[in-house]
Design a protein around this ligand. Structure first.
Ligand code: WTA
Length: 657
């Protein structure tokens, strides 16, 4: 794989598979060069990348590694908000668009770096006036409106870590995150637009605040002019607070290892975990990868269609993009509202050069047909990206041809909430791509495919073998869970992402998907256990098991198997004809689906709810989800001999079909 001549390394790919070389014109102007694949010392490399940021004081030590705990740029003093805003103000960038925002109904707002800076300074003053101090965790539950970015950067400015909760999540999820973070400050909105509907967001926040008494102050952004109930002792309008303050809060000098944010993500248990990111390392990772992976240039307009409520939005709408001084498009609504032209209209209207989206979106574009992208002028595009789930080669090729006009390199980027930034991805302009492969680890990142014993294998688990600056520092207030989940599969120096992977003879990586109980619904990460916990909290439900069923568009969807409480079973699954229960009740099925959608969020809504007399269990009482998976996918049943109740599998199969 290695060669003495950097230029030639990727020219000799094994034959027989489709290979796409970067267009010459792209290659010539690319930010990345072949020498980046020749890095010898990863710490030196990252130290050099860290110099792309403005530091108040330089660090004394690049990495302090006490496995599995890492500290990067130890002793350095920095502020993320300063790096995203202030440092651009003494150049022509001050009046350059930082955010071009479009609402679903078509309203627009453009915020220059100067505008954004002023608003962030003001909101930082508001936070301080309301009593928020360094280290206090602020929960942000906002839709895709500029105030989400303003609130994040204002928190970062004063050293109050934010915990952004995706607006599509329901009250149960919000309350759980507020509780876990012990957060007494919430920022929300009256409502927002989605697929032409007005979503009453404040109501959802209020429902969450009935489930937790942690929140003492709640700031409400007015987005839609909705009539909302304001609690006089707790709720404040954003615009009232902002009108009273001046733009005067400077960016505080923070320690490189101070908390920047928490991001809750799903794991294998019912409770989401708070992934901890700190300032210096995270900012280095996302600033550097934005520049190389997206090939960001001064005059680019970049659009990432993710929501700021997910890690992709944090790293590649806000921190990595603004720290590079680029122009980001931010869109509030659904990609296909009011019709299938919307995405392409946005690209055409703003002359988007770089477009970053998820395979689930590309699959739905593909389903709608190429006539939609083809009827728009997409010539401004020069680079396309994909993230969130494996991209099927057919979908990759469709994207390349019909969106990229066979002229844009595609960066298929693998990473996670926990990794902070992109880890494996093509370096555009440098490496040849193959549809479906993330190609190689980025410079400064060491990855391998290992087997169960930790030996290198062609097919097995993805492993990260050296620390990296954007890595999570721990699970919030749970070092044990951090060690156990990520650093105990092999040894405490090897990170286990829980993804299956293959590596081919050219050293190209192919990600196969999650190997744990996490499912990927439309590129959104959900834990089957979280959905099970929600179902079980319904008064009729005794036990529940959820698996991921395949879905052409969404990748996976939750499929639930539910055992009712005895009384509910007798009352609700009895068709009255004889003594036998018929395990069917369409109304209750719908009720449970709605219940989950309201509690966790619409993405968690099960496609099917099947009532069953019992669940397949091992002798030690563990639910055997593998069997339920077979039933869901209509495959032959795997071995049932270790079951305590082997007869149940066929019974469930009968009911499901
Ligand atoms: C999956 C999203 C294949 C993977 C940034 C990972 C991918 C999980 C890719 C993390 C990709 C992400 N190819 N699979 N390019 N990117 N994944 O935390 O299973 O929401 O573990 O972070 O998404 O999801 P998360």
């Amino acid at each position: 794989m290695s060669s003495e001549d950097g230029e030639e390394v990727f020219d000799v790919l094994s034959e027989g598979e489709e290979v796409f070389a970067p267009p010459e014109s792209f290659k010539e102007q690319a930010n990345a060069g072949a020498e980046l694949y020749e890095i010898e010392n990863y710490q030196e490399y990252w130290a050099k990348e860290a110099e792309k940021l403005d530091w108040f004081e330089k660090w004394d030590q690049t990495l302090r590694w006490e496995p599995p705990f890492a500290q990067w740029f130890v002793g350095g003093k920095i502020n993320a908000s300063y790096n995203c805003l202030d440092r651009h103000l003494d150049s022509f960038r001050k009046n350059k668009a930082a955010l071009i925002w479009e609402g679903e109904p078509g309203d627009e707002r453009v915020l220059t770096y100067n505008d954004l800076h002023r608003k962030v300074c003001k909101f930082a003053t508001v936070l301080k006036n309301q009593g928020v101090q360094k280290g206090d965790i602020v929960t942000i539950y906002l839709p895709m409106i500029p105030e989400a970015v303003i609130a994040m950067l204002a928190c970062a400015r004063i050293g109050a870590p934010h915990s952004v909760v995706f607006a599509g999540f329901g009250p149960g999820s919000l309350a759980q995150r507020i509780e876990n973070a012990d957060s007494s400050f919430l920022i929300t909105a009256d409502g927002y637009y989605r697929r032409g509907r007005l979503i009453h967001h404040k109501n959802k926040s209020d429902q969450a605040l009935e489930q937790t008494d942690k929140v003492e102050q709640c700031v409400v952004v007015e987005r839609c002019g909705l009539d909302v109930t304001m609690n006089r002792d707790r709720d404040y309008w954003w615009k009232d607070l902002m009108s009273e303050v001046k733009c005067e809060t400077p960016a505080v000098k923070l320690d490189s290892e101070d908390l920047l944010f928490l991001m809750y993500t799903s794991g294998t248990t019912g409770k989401p975990k708070g992934v901890v990111h700190t300032i210096g390392g995270y900012m280095t990772h996302v600033t550097s990868t934005s520049k190389y992976v997206f090939d960001l240039k001064e005059d680019d307009t970049y659009w990432c269609s993710a929501d700021v409520g997910w890690i992709t939005g944090h790293s590649y709408i806000v921190y990595g993009i603004l720290s590079n001084g680029a122009t980001a498009v931010m869109y509030e609504g659904a990609p296909d509202y009011p019709d299938n032209n919307r995405t392409w209209e946005i690209i055409e209207k703003y002359g988007v050069n770089i477009f970053y989206t998820a395979p689930t979106a590309i699959r739905s574009f593909m389903k709608h047909g190429k006539k939609y992208p083809q009827s728009h002028n997409l010539n401004s595009l020069r680079l396309l990206g994909s993230v969130g789930e494996p991209i099927n080669p057919k979908v990759w090729k469709w994207y390349h041809k019909n969106v990229g006009n066979e002229n844009c390199p595609i960066v298929d980027t693998w990473w996670q909430t926990e990794t902070g930034g992109i880890m494996l991805s093509p370096l555009p302009g440098v490496i040849k791509t193959r549809p479906g492969s993330v190609t190689r680890p980025l410079p400064g990142i060491s990855a391998e495919v290992l087997d169960e014993e930790g030996e290198p294998a062609d097919s097995g688990y993805l492993a990260i073998t050296k620390p990296w600056p954007g890595m999570l520092r721990t699970v919030y207030q749970n070092d044990e869970r951090y060690k156990k989940t990520y650093w105990s599969k092999w040894d405490d120096e090897t990170y286990f992402p829980a993804d299956g992977a293959k590596i081919d003879e050219d050293g190209y990586f192919w990600i196969l998907g999650r190997i744990d109980d996490v499912i990927n619904v439309s590129g959104h990460r959900l834990s089957t256990m979280e959905i099970e916990s929600s179902l079980v909290s319904h008064s009729d439900v005794a036990e529940a098991a959820v698996v991921g069923g395949s879905d052409d568009l969404k990748g996976q969807v939750p499929v639930a198997y539910v055992m009712l409480q005895e009384e509910a079973e007798n009352d609700k699954l009895n068709n009255g004809e004889d003594e036998e229960l018929d395990f069917f009740n369409a109304d209750l099925e719908e009720e449970l689906k709605d219940y989950v959608a309201e509690d966790i969020g619409a993405i968690a809504r099960p496609r099917d709810v099947t009532f069953v007399p019992d669940l397949p269990k091992t002798r030690s009482g563990k639910i055997m989800r593998r069997l339920l998976q077979d039933i869901t996918e209509e495959e032959e049943l795997s071995d049932t001999t270790t079951l305590k109740n082997p007869e149940i599998a066929e019974k469930i199969q009968d009911i499901y079909c």
